[in-house]
Design a protein around this ligand. Structure first.
Ligand code: SF4
Ligand code: SF4
Length: 398
């Protein structure tokens, strides 16, 4: 087993920096978002490029162009916006239209405000009216410092975020959970201290610490990054355009869709061709093999893993040692579930509570034979979800 600290708190070395505007962006879109632009269309910074297929005010936010430019491609998972074309001889350059600041943001409340936030790019599906709201102020994973950086450098924006949520969802109580020993407060929030040793920092365990109850149904939890996004929209009154992402010891505010390669160039962090690179942290992040991929708005870090630092994860046979069971905070049996998933016995994982898995990655981390245990469980969950969706869509033939 590799030796690495699971402590997530750090002594911050720098301040939040702005990354430069890239020449081209690949703005990620999700399955439930429908592009509303065409190829070769000129778009202005902040213009809607994809809408969410949802009638509720509580849903995934709309997607916006993050630079002025021309739509170069519309892919199943991204909209590519490149530079504005040079004007033809004798013609005026095409001027992109940018949206005006949303003046009504200050006067709206309740569901109307949630709907407006959604249109401005906020994922409102994380909020429900009148529940207790917990802000997870712990850094999400070892080596990912965005939460502490934002709490240090963006207090004003976070305060705007709390004020907006007070009007939008009218939470009963607002608590912020921070690391033991840290003197951190936030406007309107009661401070609660918790362990900063992973996996205690993941949302379900933070809720347990803050409320004393497992999976309570009257509590919403959001990250500091989520709150920052609300505050950023409230401050600018413009659509959400940026993500806050850590690379090495630095944290950048970067336009959504900026290619990973561009941010790595800005950060100047050395890495080898055989290193692993992941979006988000080392425990839960997703490895990427293409550095042109655009940074999603909810990305917290670009993690660089040297080739010789960690053993290669491979589907080696489980030796039934039980290490993953001891490490699992959800108290399921990851080794057994991973074996069912490996042999496509997905239905067997359902009755053995695969849905209780919090996707913390501890099982993969401790496995002595380096099985991708959590990844097998995620595969099982995806299959079961797809199967349920299909079943729900079935109609009796008349
Ligand atoms: S990822 Fe593994 S250790 Fe974490 S909750 Fe799921 S099964 Fe348990
Ligand atoms: S830690 Fe790995 S080898 Fe041990 S029981 Fe879990 S999956 Fe199997």
């Amino acid at each position: 087993m590799m030796k690495t600290s699971l402590k997530t708190s750090v002594e911050l070395k720098g301040t939040l920096q702005d990354a430069p505007v890239p020449a081209l962006v690949r703005i990620p879109i999700q399955k439930n978002q429908k592009p509303v632009v065409k190829k070769k269309q000129i778009v202005g910074r902040g213009q809607v490029v994809a809408e969410t297929k949802c009638i509720s005010a509580f849903c995934t936010g709309y997607v916006h162009a993050t630079i002025d430019g021309m739509v170069e491609d519309i892919l199943p998972n991204a909209i590519v916006v490149g530079p504005l074309p040079a004007p033809k001889e004798g013609e005026d350059p095409q001027m992109p239209v940018r949206p005006e600041p949303c003046a009504e943001l200050d006067s709206l409340s309740g569901e109307d405000l949630c709907r407006k936030l959604l249109e401005l790019g906020i994922d409102t599906n994380k909020f429900h009216p009148s529940r207790t709201l917990i802000i997870n102020g712990l850094n999400p994973e070892p080596g990912v410092v965005v939460s502490e950086q934002l709490l240090k450098d963006a207090q004003k924006t976070l305060e705007v975020g709390v004020r907006i949520l007070e009007r939008a969802v009218k939470p009963g109580t607002v608590k912020i959970v921070v690391a033991e020993g840290k003197n951190i407060t936030l406007y309107g929030c009661t401070t609660v201290h918790a362990s900063d040793v992973y996996p205690a920092t993941i949302d379900p365990l933070v809720v347990l610490t803050a409320t004393g109850v497992e999976r309570p149904d009257n509590v919403d939890i959001i990250s500091v990054s989520d709150l920052y996004r609300v505050g950023r929209v409230g401050e600018t009154k413009l659509p959400l355009l940026d993500a806050v992402v850590g690379v090495g010891e630095s944290v950048y505010r970067v336009l959504t869709g900026t290619p990973v390669q561009d941010l790595l160039n800005v950060a100047g962090v050395p890495y080898g061709a055989d290193w692993k690179i992941a979006l988000d942290g080392p425990m839960r992040g997703e490895a990427i093999c293409d550095l042109t991929v655009g940074i999603p708005e909810n990305c917290t870090a670009i993690t660089l893993v040297p080739a010789d630092q960690f053993p290669e994860v491979q589907p080696n046979p489980c030796i039934n040692c039980g290490e993953c069971v001891l490490a699992c905070p959800a108290r399921v049996q990851p080794g057994m579930l991973s074996r069912y998933a490996e042999f496509t016995l997905f239905e067997a994982t359902r009755s053995r509570h695969v849905d209780a898995c919090m996707e913390c990655g501890m099982c993969t981390f401790v496995c002595p034979v380096n099985r991708p245990v959590m990844q097998f469980l995620k595969l099982a969950k995806q299959h079961l979800a797809a199967q349920d969706e299909f079943t729900a869509s079935c109609r009796l033939q008349s």
